[in-house]
Design a protein around this ligand. Structure first.
Ligand SMILES: Nc1ncnc2c1ncn2[C@@H]1O[C@H](COP(=O)(O)OP(=O)(O)OP(=O)(O)O)[C@@H](O)[C@H]1O
Ligand SMILES: [Mg+2]
Length: 298
């Protein structure tokens, strides 16, 4: 049965899609049958793995609104063991159409249920905002990874998403867990990046993944070639970062399935950190060499 991970943050441009594409590709390269689910009408996750969103007959829209079975809509990608439930601008209208459905928040979850046995991991890329599509993504997930950009006001909005998790746990998804917080677009040369990482670690402790994702040009240009970073330039810093993040994800999932569940973030501590005016101690730059996943073929 697949572990379903939603890469969620209602803030725009924090690295959700970049993380979804590259984590999914690394999980596949590590030998896991993986499904990437594009829940954003922008279709960036689809194009980022080499599928042209404008040339699709069926998309996630048909799964959510036209009763198309997910197994008939999913596509192979150029990456071995990586499959895609694609999206394009058709999905733009879904928000309003879903309003009329009583099961509007569990549409994705219900659609993925019949194919969960075929995959080891399902990685969902939601749109920004806390729209019905974004909530569907969290309702379908066992775990969430929250990407946080290393910038001013990084913690702003985190309490909102934690409140959303709480509401979803009380309603449609009692099992929703936070797998971890991923610090994205980290620039080791700036004090700001270091301070932000320190501040988020102070609030969330071990829930923050050890490896930060560096800001690199390669990570921003790989999608225009339709390639996850490890297939675009295996030896670059961005590849190392996502391979290391993937290894941490695998370790955490394994640990949790062994029954050692993570504690929930301390809400009071979080709120204090949000209210405070930034930390000062430098955070460690952990952009190390990849640990264990070998170079992908092709
Ligand atoms: N580590 C990185 N280094 C450099 N550029 C990055 C990095 N991560 C993301 N980007 C770039 O930043 C922009 C936003 O990233 P991305 O699309 O992954 O964010 P998002 O949270 O999915 O955005 P949206 O909320 O619009 O869906 C993109 O142009 C992407 O290429
Ligand atoms: Mg995105």
């Amino acid at each position: 049965m697949a572990v379903t991970i939603s890469i969620s943050n209602q803030k725009g441009g924090v690295g959700k899609t970049t993380t979804a594409i590259n984590l999914a590709a690394c999980l596949a390269a590590a030998g896991n049958e993986t499904l990437l689910v594009d829940m954003d009408p922008q279709g960036n996750a689809s194009s980022g793995v080499g599928i042209n969103p404008r040339e699709l007959e069926l998309t996630i829209y048909d799964v959510l609104l036209n009763e198309s079975p997910a197994r008939e809509v999913l596509l192979e990608t150029p990456v071995e063991r990586l499959y895609l439930l694609p999206a394009n601008s058709d999905l733009t209208g879904a928000e309003i159409q879903l309003m009329d459905h009583q099961d509007r928040l569990s549409r994705l979850s219900d659609a993925l249920a019949p194919i969960k046995d075929h995959f080891k991991f399902i990685v969902i890329d939601p749109p920004p905002s806390l729209s019905i599509l974004a909530l569907n993504s969290l309702a379908a997930a066992d775990k969430a990874i929250i990407p946080v950009q290393c910038e001013y006001y990084a913690l702003e909005g985190l309490t909102t998403i934690l409140d959303t998790f709480e509401r979803l746990r009380e309603t449609v998804n009692p099992n929703l867990d936070i797998l971890g917080i991923a610090m994205t677009m980290y620039d080791a040369r700036t004090n700001l990046s270091q301070q932000v990482v320190e501040e988020v670690r102070r609030a969330f402790g071990d829930q923050v993944f050890e490896h930060n994702i560096p800001r690199t040009v390669k990570l921003s240009e790989a999608p225009s070639f339709g390639k996850p970073i490890i297939f675009y330039d295996f030896s670059c810093k961005g590849s190392a970062a996502y391979i290391n993040l993937c290894q941490e994800v695998l370790n955490r999932v394994e640990k949790e399935s062994a029954g050692q569940r993570f504690g929930r973030p301390d809400r009071e501590q979080t709120e204090t950190a949000v209210a405070e005016d930034g930390g000062t101690a430098p955070g460690a730059d952990r952009d190390a060499e990849p640990d264990s996943i070998g170079e992908p073929a092709g």
